[in-house]
Design a protein around this ligand. Structure first.
Ligand code: ZN
Length: 277
């Protein structure tokens, strides 16, 4: 017994000595238990949606540039810029060359938003036209198309649905009406953000400012937050295809899109719904 007790004391003593020696090292450990940022403030969400991807290449230019590659490059740069602001949570619907169904993109955005916190959704695309003279940039929000050209652009972007294995079914008339009512709350917000985007892109884009437009884009339908689709230029126009393929210009476009988001969050809301209530 005596031998055993001495052995126990010896073990305790050794353990105490080891702990004592380790104490100075504890000061080197990061204070993981005490995060510097308050956990209670929900971060504002920005969802960056790179148009097309995978088997859906989108439009292509005369030199062979694919829309899906341009949209991913600009989206990645936009996300990189925005992530420097730690008050924002930035999510990408895709960060690789893969196909995401149109309706899944806003579903993901709604899920990421979770509760009632400020959020924005931007879908990035390149325009295309049979007329190679078409050029410039325009921003859409979801509403009934007012012009033939807006209808054409929506039909072109909605055609991406043909690549999806299971195109979404229409849903019940009631759910459609409820969605419509809910989304109407964000129309003014989406429209004013679209104006800011056009203004900002106009600072760097060599093409024509074609203005803010509205049309029925599937990819914006179902987003319970301000949502826009930006056509950052005509990939079918040879000169504009070069602009869209240029890494410096992609960076400038992404930077101006980021500025429009900062503008949006700093601007007082024109309606109480604006900040996500
Ligand atoms: Zn597109």
């Amino acid at each position: 017994m005596t031998t055993s007790a001495a052995a126990t004391r010896s073990v305790k003593s050794n353990a105490g000595t080891r702990l004592y020696k380790l104490l100075p090292l504890l000061a080197l450990l990061p204070c993981v238990a005490y995060p510097a940022v308050a956990q209670n403030t929900p971060r504002r969400l920005v969802v960056v949606d790179a148009g097309h991807g995978g088997v859906d290449p989108g439009a292509h230019g005369p030199a062979g540039m694919r829309e899906k590659h341009v949209t991913l490059a600009v989206s990645r740069e936009l996300a990189r810029i925005l992530r420097q602001d730690t008050t924002l949570e930035v999510r990408m619907t895709r960060d690789s060359d893969t196909l995401i169904a149109l309706r899944d993109r806003t579903r993901m955005a709604n899920r990421w938003r979770g509760g009632e916190r400020p959020a924005l959704f931007v879908s990035i695309h390149c325009n295309a036209n049979h007329n190679p003279a078409g050029y410039g940039f325009e921003t859409y929000f979801l509403s009934e198309a007012k012009t033939e050209d807006a209808r054409r652009v929506a039909a072109m972007e909605n055609a991406a649905e043909k690549y999806e294995e299971k195109p979404a079914q229409g849903g019940s008339p009631l759910s459609f009406i409820l969605n419509d009512l809910k989304q109407n709350l964000y129309l003014r917000e989406s429209s004013s953000w679209a104006e800011q985007i056009q203004h900002r892109l106009g600072e760097v884009h060599p093409g024509r400012n074609r203005g803010v437009k509205q049309a029925g884009f599937y990819v914006l339908n179902g987003a319970f937050m301000p949502a826009v689709l930006v056509e950052i230029g005509f990939i079918t126009n040879a000169a504009e295809e070069r602009v869209l393929a240029d890494a410096t210009m992609q960076g400038r476009i992404a930077e101006r899109l980021a500025y429009s988001i900062y503008d949006y969050f700093r601007t007082p809301a024109p309606t109480p719904i604006a900040r996500g209530r």
